[in-house]
Structure formats: structure tokens, C-alpha cells
Design a protein around this ligand. Structure first.
Ligand SMILES: [Zn+2]
Length: 225
């Protein structure tokens, strides 16, 4: 399935439809969870209706990326080059925001699972006030592993290549920074915008994998009688 061709269905509904068990907090795509009484495949507790894992801002960003990507000026050849490029810039900026919100979302769940008191969690967040600090300091302190090790570890147990995802994200952020801080737009083109759309799926799956490895087991252990 080429998600770049999908225009009549919201990409968020297609790609980010992960559900979370209210009991053991495993995240999966079992849509049966939306039915009351449906048993969780992991902890076997009857559910009380579906609960989307990703917060609304994540879904909104995915739909904004899709909308910008398919806005007519975004791919029309010739006439208005600046409009075409502007839409590519929007896709890239939204993708970079998506990666930041996903990291924050995971850190929030990690702190909750580890029973870190709210004021402490807020101070940790305030102290690590950039994406780089959160990725390279805060996340390793909560998981015990560095970012690159996490990417390699999850790649080994998935068909998706999270090392390639990490490389793509770095290239994208570099292009974003050159645009934001130096006004250089040449690094952002249609190919990069296409790459952003293609990488939504591995990006979401990477964070679900980290959640299931570092957040879910803590809740699961607690949920056992
Ligand atoms: Zn469960």
C-alpha cells in the first residue's frame, strides 16, 4: 500500500488506529477492543470499550501532513514553484513536530508507569527542554539504553528498519533547521516530503514498540492478581 496515494481517507485513521488496554496497557491494533467486554489478547481482561493510544494532537499532525501533501499546488508542475515548495515545507515541519510529540508522549507514559511523582516529572521535562536533551538524556535515563541502542534493538524484532528511520529523521531535521534558522529551502523538496509521508508508519510503530517494551510490562506486572 502506497500511503502517498491515499486522499479519500484520513491517514490518521489508517495508520494511527492503535488501541491501548486499560488494564495491562499493552498497545496493539486489535479493533475488537472497541466492543464492551472484549477480552484483551495479552491480559485477558474484558475491556470497557476502546481507548486510542495516540493523543489527538498526533492524529491531527498526521492529517495535516496528508492535507499539505495533497494540496494541488503541492505537486503541480511548473506554474507556481513557490507554492509547490511551500507545501513540501509544511509536510516536513509537521513531520518534525510529530516526532517531538511522540517522544514526549512516550516519556509521559514511562514516568507514569515508573510512578514518578507529577512534580518530579514536570521538573525533568523542564530541565530537558529541547528534543535533543529528551532523546539523548531523559529517555536513556528512563529506559537504561541510549537512543541508537533502542533503534537497533527494536529493529531486530521488527520487519521495519528503525535505524534507517533514525537516519531519515536526522536528515529531515537538518533540512528543517536550515530552513528555520538560515532561510535555506533548497534542502526541502518533493522527495523529502514523500519520505516524511512514508516514514509516518515506521515512526508510529517504533514508539509503540518502545511502549510495549518499557511501559506495558510495568502495568502488566501490577495488574496480575
Ligand atoms: Zn490487557
Amino acid at each position: 500500500m502506497d500511503v502517498k496515494k491515499i486522499t479519500h481517507q484520513k491517514l490518521s485513521l489508517l495508520l494511527a488506529d492503535f488501541q491501548i488496554c486499560r488494564n495491562c496497557r499493552v498497545v496493539d491494533r486489535d479493533q475488537g477492543r472497541i466492543r464492551y467486554g472484549h477480552k484483551c489478547g495479552t491480559c485477558e481482561t474484558p475491556g470497557e470499550g476502546g481507548l486510542m493510544y495516540f493523543e489527538v494532537s498526533i492524529l491531527v499532525l498526521i492529517d495535516l501532513m496528508q492535507e499539505a501533501f495533497h494540496t494541488p499546488g503541492g505537486y503541480r508542475q511548473g506554474r507556481d514553484r513557490s507554492i509547490r515548495e511551500a507545501h513540501n515545507v509544511s509536510v516536513v515541519l509537521f513531520f518534525c513536530s510529530l516526532r517531538e510529540i511522540l517522544l514526549n508522549w512516550l516519556i509521559e507514559h514511562l514516568c507514569w508507569a515508573q510512578k514518578i511523582p507529577r512534580p518530579v516529572y514536570e521538573r525533568l521535562f523542564a530541565d530537558s527542554n529541547t528534543y535533543a536533551l529528551r532523546q539523548n538524556n531523559l529517555l536513556p535515563s528512563l529506559t537504561g539504553k541510549k537512543w541508537k541502542v533502542l533503534a537497533a534493538q527494536e529493529s531486530r524484532s521488527s520487519k521495519l528498519d528503525y535505524i534507517e528511520l533514525d537516519e531519515f529523521m536526522r536528515k529531515t531535521v537538518d533540512a528543517r533547521n536550515k530552513f528555520m534558522h538560515e532561510g535555506k529551502r533548497w534542502g526541502i523538496d518533493r522527495t523529502l516530503a514523500e519520505g516524511c509521508i512514508d516514514h509516518i508508519w515506521p515512526l508510529l510503530n517504533f514508539y509503540v514498540a518502545l511502549h510495549n517494551r518499557y511501559v506495558h510490562p510495568l502495568h502488566f506486572a501490577k495488574s496480575k492478581p
